[in-house]
Design a protein around this ligand. Structure first.
Ligand code: ME8
Length: 511
């Protein structure tokens, strides 16, 4: 049986439309899932929407519709965007689904019966906007918005019991939280005593949530509910075989939700007697044109802006740019100049040019048929060996979820093919030694086909078009060997996969 690989994105709140941030995490997760499938793994890729809580209730009220109608509307927007991007997710979970409500209530009941959940009165500060109970210190520092004094009876989960076990787990599993800066952040956070977690909200204040199975006057705190989706989807309490096959997961998240995923969630799993996640990777933040994204600054990259960019240079470019330049370790800035310049340099110039040169020469000198190579010289052997090395590195970077380095590695190989052609000059060679020129063109095309296969998760539509032009009948992404290119195949007519984008067009448009 092939090894399994389970990857998740955060479940996005339905109080906002998708934007560059949600698209980023989701596309990176898709890319990672596709590479694992290419490797032969049995992949389960999950995304979805987080639909309970105060913010959703308020957003629905503002729009004059019921919370359920509101959720349906917004969940559909997320689904629509993911289908636009040809997302390869295996499941889309909504926290309002029956299968999830059942899991949340069963886990709550178990923890309550075991005494891991108790009732207490909270007297202190509460941020309505952030749905958080906050400390006196945070209140004094003015860190939160819309803060009120409240006195309220609630249910608490004995999270403090798990602090030491969690620290030990993080120390014994260096890859559990990545990148390193986030791991250190959590270890720093755990130096202080850990508080118990309030896991309920009284219905009189918030009704849009999952009712506590042991007190119908309360609903479940949205985070306690939402995190459990990661075990609901692969079949916890419903399909033991499926659950054992896929759990634990790799969680891809943004740095904003580090504590909930690296502290609350592992503590919940320990309490439920389940294995901890395989890895939690918290990436950095996108800024826009050098500033924090905001609607009032007019630099907010929402769904419409994303589509506008995609219409100009193809939706694959969005994925490619997210992977190449996205904020894995630190933050990254999305600037239109950088986006279109990357397109022109990597895709129109490096990759596009290579296709153009090889296809034209084979068309001109070999009637469009892939030439049969003569004996390879050390130069062709080097191209082959470098391809092998490139593949090894790509899968090593995949292991670290380093899609920035992975993308750069493939591009380096593409550039080396262009350099090879410039040195060999097959356009001159073909005039008096067609056999030698044929070997050069075969080797270059073998390299191009190999890089196209590796680029498939980053540029799926375009690479499918490339393989159709190559006409070997091979599925893109299936070809990871350099030297299996069949000679004699009639190439299809070349189409320009990545036409150059005229940067002067940007000056006349706002986005
Ligand atoms: O937090 N740059 O949902 P959410 C990069 N429902 N990534 C960004 C980003 C930016 N500027 N803005 C958002 C929630 N993100 C909870 C999660 S999980 C059980 C519950 C991405 O809709 C990033 O992945 O606020 C971040 O973690 C996520 O969107 C937050 O999505």
């Amino acid at each position: 049986m092939s090894p399994s690989f389970y990857i998740t994105t955060p479940l996005y709140y339905v109080n906002d439309r998708p934007h560059i941030g949600s698209a980023y995490t989701t596309l990176i997760a898709d890319i990672i899932a596709m590479y694992h499938r290419m490797k032969g793994d049995d992949v389960y890729f999950l995304t979805g929407t987080d639909e309970h809580g105060q913010k959703v209730q308020q957003a629905a009220e503002k729009n004059g519709i019921s919370p359920r109608e509101h959720c349906d509307l917004y969940a559909a927007r997320f689904r629509e965007l993911w289908s636009y991007f040809n997302l390869s997710n295996d499941d889309f979970i909504r926290t309002t689904e029956e299968r999830h409500v059942r899991v949340v209530q069963t886990v709550l009941r178990k923890l309550y019966d075991e005494g891991q959940i108790y009732k207490d009165t909270y007297d202190g500060w509460y941020s309505v906007a952030d749905e958080l109970f906050i400390s006196e210190k945070d209140y004094q520092e003015g860190k939160y918005r819309d803060v009120r004094r409240i006195s309220e009876s609630n249910y608490y989960f004995r999270m403090s019991d798990y602090r030491e076990r969690l620290i030990r787990h993080i120390q014994e599993h260096p890859d559990f939280i990545a990148p390193e800066n986030r791991r250190n952040e959590i270890l720093g956070f755990l130096k202080q005593p850990l508080k118990d977690l309030c896991i309920s909200r009284p219905k009189e204040r918030l009704s849009w949530g999952i009712e506590l199975p042991f007190d119908d006057q309360y609903v479940t705190y949205v985070w306690f509910d939402a995190l459990l989706n990661y075990i609901t989807a692969p079949g916890y309490l419903q399909d033991a075989e499926k659950f054992d096959r896929y759990w634990p997961a790799v969680h891809l998240i943004g740095k904003d939700i580090l504590t909930t995923h690296c502290v609350y969630w592992p503590a919940m799993l320990m309490a439920a007697g389940l294995p901890l996640p395989a890895k939690i990777f918290a990436h950095g933040w996108w800024t826009s044109e050098g500033q924090k994204m905001s609607k009032s600054l007019g630099n907010f990259i929402d769904l419409d802006t994303i589509r506008e960019h995609c219409e100009r240079v193809g939706k694959d470019m969005y994925r490619y740019f997210m992977a190449k330049e996205g904020p894995l370790q630190n933050d990254s800035d999305f600037s239109r100049e950088r986006f279109y310049q990357t397109y022109n340099s990597d895709l129109a110039n490096d990759f596009g040019n290579l296709v153009n040169r090889i296809f034209k020469l084979i068309g001109k000198f070999y009637e469009g048929k892939i030439p049969t190579p003569a004996k390879f010289s050390p130069d062709e052997e080097a191209l082959k060996a470098n391809a092998e090395q490139c593949r090894v590195k790509v899968f090593e970077y995949l292991q670290e979820l380093n899609v920035n380095a992975l993308t750069a590695e493939i591009l380096r190989y593409v550039s080396s093919l262009n350099r090879y052609l410039e040195i060999k000059e097959p356009w001159k060679l073909a005039k008096n030694d067609t056999a030698a020129a044929g070997t050069v063109l075969y080797a270059a095309l073998a390299g191009l086909r190999f890089s196209a296969a590796l680029l498939y998760p980053l540029l799926p539509e375009k690479m499918r078009e490339f393989f159709a032009m190559l006409n070997t009948g091979e599925a893109p992404g299936s070809v990871l060997e350099w030297d299996t290119l069949p000679a004699g195949v009639q190439l299809q007519e070349m189409i320009a996969l990545f036409p150059r984008f005229d940067l002067s067009l940007l000056e006349s448009s706002a986005q």
